[in-house]
Design a protein around this ligand. Structure first.
Ligand SMILES: NC(=O)c1ccc[n+]([C@@H]2O[C@H](COP(=O)([O-])OP(=O)(O)OC[C@H]3O[C@@H](n4cnc5c(N)ncnc54)[C@H](O)[C@@H]3O)[C@@H](O)[C@H]2O)c1
Length: 356
C-alpha cells in the first residue's frame, strides 16, 4: 500500500523566502514525490489561498482549513508539519494521538524545552517516528567531513566550533550538526552569555543578537559557538579541531571552497571536492525525506529522529539558561520553558524594535 502523506501549513510560495515565510512545504513535497509508493493525499492551511495554490501545484485532492478535521477524515499515515515553531508541539502531539505513524516536522523542535521533551515522549508512547528537518546532515560538505573524521584524517575529535546567525533558529542546524559529528553524544554542560538589545523575530520567535557559548559533551569533546554580528570570529560555518588536524566547512577565506582540511605539521590546507555541493541545497531535503521514509519502512530511526534532535535542542535552551543564571549549567537543564522569552517577559532584557 502507498504511504499516504498530508501537510500542515503549506505557506505561500514567494520569489524569495524571508524570516516571515519560506513556505517550507514546497521543499518537502518534491521529496515525497521522488519516492515510489507515496501518495500526497491532503493539505491544510488556515489561509485558503495558500492551501489551494499548494494543492494545485502538487496535485493534492483534498484541502482543509482545520488540521484536526483533516486528520480525522483522511487518516494519513505520514504528515509534514511546516508551521512556525510555537505551533510544532501541539501539532505533533495531535498527529501522534490521531494515529499518524510518521511525522516530518520543521526545525526547531519547539519553542520551549519542555515542549520538545513532551513531543518525543508522546511519539514514543504512540509508536510514531518523529523526524525534524535538519537536512544539512545530507549535504556533501557535511557528510564528507564526517567521513573524514571517522577515517581519522584529523585524529581524535577535540572541539567543534561554529558561527551562525543565532542559537535557536539557525543554530538548531548547527547544534544538530555537532551531534552528528560527535556521534550523537549528549551535551553535559553549557556556559554562555548573550546580548539581546534589538528585537529579532525569526518565524515569530525571539532570537538573541549575539552569543558566545562553550559546551562540554559527555565524551570530553568541547563545543564553541559564536552567533550574530560577531559570528565571523569563528571564521568558518563549522570547524572540527582534532588531535592531528583541522577540518573547515565554509571557511571565510577566498578560494577555500566548501570543505578543506590540514594536518598539523603536514603542510598547507587541502581543498576537498564536494562535487559542486555547497552549504545549502534543495537536494539535501529530498535525501532527508527519502531517509525518513525508508527508515520508517524498515522500522529503524533516521538521523533526524527526535532522539538525536533532542540533544541539540537541550544545548540551545541551556545556552539561554546559562545566560539567565550567570552560571555554567548542567544539561538537561531543570527549566521547562524558554529562558530567552521569559527574560524578555520579566523585563530582564528589553530589546527595542528594530529600525525599518
Ligand atoms: N529547514 C530549513 O532549512 C528551514 C528554512 C526556513 C524555515 N524553516 C522552518 O520552517 C518552519 C516553517 O516556516 P515557513 O517559512 O515555511 O513558514 P510559512 O509562514 O511560509 O508557512 C507557514 C504556514 O502555516 C500556516 N498556519 C499557521 N497556523 C496554522 C494552523 N493552525 N493550521 C494550518 N496551517 C497553519 C500559515 O498560514 C502559513 O501559510 C519554521 O519552523 C522555520 O524555522 C526551516
Amino acid at each position: 500500500m502507498a504511504l499516504t502523506v498530508a501537510f500542515i501549513g503549506t505557506g505561500k510560495k514567494r520569489e524569495r523566502g524571508s524570516l516571515e515565510g519560506y513556505a517550507m512545504a514546497y521543499t518537502h513535497a518534491p521529496g515525497y514525490l521522488a519516492l515510489d509508493d507515496v501518495e500526497l493525499v491532503a493539505a491544510c492551511d488556515i489561509i485558503e489561498d495558500n492551501v489551494q495554490a499548494f494543492a494545485e501545484q502538487f496535485g493534492i485532492p483534498d484541502t482543509f482549513a482545520d488540521y484536526h478535521e483533516m486528520l480525522a477524515e483522511v487518516e494519513p499515515e505520514a504528515v509534514s508539519i511546516c508551521t512556525w515553531p510555537h505551533l510544532h508541539e501541539q501539532m505533533v502531539i495531535d498527529c501522534a494521538q490521531a494515529g499518524v505513524k510518521l511525522i516530518y516536522c520543521e526545525k526547531p523542535m519547539a519553542d520551549t524545552i519542555g515542549g520538545a521533551r513532551r513531543m518525543m515522549e508522546v511519539c514514543d508512547r504512540t509508536g510514531t517516528a518523529l523526524n525534524f528537518n535538519h537536512q544539512r546532515r545530507y549535504g556533501k560538505p557535511f557528510s564528507m567531513a564526517k567521513q573524514m573524521l571517522d577515517d581519522g584524517a584529523i585524529g581524535d575529535l577535540v572541539r567543534i566550533e561554529w558561527g551562525g546567525a543565532n542559537i535557536y533558529d539557525y543554530g538548531s542546524h548547527n547544534f544538530d550538526m555537532a551531534q552528528y559529528f560527535n556521534d550523537e553524544t549528549p551535551p553535559s554542560w553549557v556556559m554562555a552569555q548573550i546580548d539581546y538589545h534589538t528585537e529579532s523575530f525569526w518565524f515569530g520567535a525571539h532570537n538573541e543578537n549575539e552569543a558566545l557559548a562553550l559546551i562540554g559533551y559527555d565524551n570530553g569533546v568541547f563545543g564553541l559557538c559564536i552567533t550574530g554580528a560577531v559570528q565571523d570570529a569563528v571564521g568558518a560555518h563549522n570547524r572540527l579541531v582534532g588531535s592531528e588536524g583541522i577540518i573547515e566547512i565554509g571557511a571565510q577565506v577566498e578560494g577555500a571552497g566548501a570543505l578543506r582540511y590540514r594536518t598539523f605539521g603536514g603542510g598547507d590546507w587541502q581543498q576537498v571536492d564536494t562535487e559542486g555541493e555547497g552549504l545549502h541545497a534543495q537536494v539535501f531535503i529530498e535525501r532527508a525525506i527519502a531517509d525518513a521514509v525508508n527508515s520508517y519502512r524498515n522500522g529503524t530511526r533516521s538521523m533526524m529522529d527526535a532522539h538525536n534532535a533532542i540533544h541539540g535542542t537541550e544545548a540551545i535552551f541551556a545556552c539561554w539558561e546559562s545566560s539567565r543564571l550567570r552560571a555554567r549549567v548542567e544539561t538537561p537543564i531543570e527549566a521547562e520553558g524558554n529562558p530567552l522569552q521569559e527574560m524578555v517577559e520579566a523585563g530582564d532584557l528589553s530589546p527595542q524594535p528594530a529600525e525599518e
